[in-house]
Write a protein that binds this ligand. Sequence first.
Ligand code: TRP
Length: 431
Amino acid sequence: MGREEWSSTLGFILASIGSAVGIGNIWRFPYIVGANGGGAFLIPYLISVLLFGLPLMVLEFAIGRSTGKSVVSAFQSLGQRFSVAGLAIVVIVSLILSYYLVITSWVLAYALFFALNRPVDFGAFTGSYLPLIFFLLSGLAVFLTVRSGVREGIEKVARYLIPALVVILLFLVAFSLTEPGALEGARFYLLPDYSRLADPGVWTAAFGQAFFSLSVGMGVMLTYGSYLKRGDLFRSASIIVVADMLIAILAGLMIFPLVFTAGVDPAAGVNLAFVTLPSVFVEMQFGMVLGALFFLMLFAAALTSAVSMLEVPVATLMDSYGYPRKRATLLIFAAVMLLGFPSALSYTALKLEIFGTPFLDLSDYVFGTIGLIVAGLILSIVGGWYMDRTRIYAEIGGCRWQQRVYTVLIRYCVPIILLITLLGSFFQVTG
Ligand code: TRP
């Protein structure tokens, strides 16, 4: 049987947007902007996305398409020792998925609670064992999607969910902007504080957010590229990157006006999505409907991202070990649920913690922050220094100077920036 394939370039682009647009855009980006200089943050963010995120995405697509394989097998073609590097990436993505699914399941629960007109208190919800049921449910949704295959599963889900997400987002933004606190909220969000650009922490925050949000450096885009036969890779990647940025920026434009209209403190982190915003919805007219729509949108974003993460280890089992898709999906699903169990339990009455830090927060730091950067480093170094350049160029196209600029970015700039970000994220804890 030949390799599975997207039904069209549009299907491929939608699936990739589905991977990129996730919890990172709708919930994380807005509060990172608010905390790092407002509108001024858009400068380092734009630079990271265009100079580092975009080239890395193009590289991943090119490796995937030229080898027609997922990470481990693609690396293996360079020599046996590289397969360990590929395997490391696959393990990191699986670990990220294991806790990403926990947050996805909270989102699903909140969507349901609002739809049923029964908002809950965050502490009461996470303190119960209900989250475990939702953890299983969202895991199942991701499992069933990936099990159905590239075209019938991953692509089809993205084809429905991404347009739906955009429609809901535009509606919510329009609604938010007519609220009395709109101006104040937008000002808090976007009014630039250029003095913050002198703070290196703002820059590393931008790099980290860009890599997380675009899902690059993790083999996801490489795997998606391996199901693609033709089309201009640079053009596709540009569309995906711009869509990802627009959706992130718009999400902030819906969140902050609501928060300021309600006159509550614009919190950061977990609290913004699961405590502050719900409290705003509860007080508002039509708040239940708006809340249900908001969490439904967030669930659509999270589901398509989780699907892309699951596809990485599944494709590895299929390519490197010859497993049929259904069996590979079942195995990895079971493993990820087991791995995610401690994270799922960390906010329940069991309070699974290590040194006083909930397991979930620890996973987010170790896998989602440090692991993400390490995987990006591996990918850019192997892809930039060891892959056959002529083959990559043949996939990407472009003229001589473009290829030169591109090579410098991938070989030097991206790894250096990732190293700096890695150091920065160590300081984040100790400092
Ligand atoms: N990009 C997604 C978001 O913004 C998260 C995501 C999807 C991801 N696939 C990934 C993060 C792979 C790291 C690695 O939420």
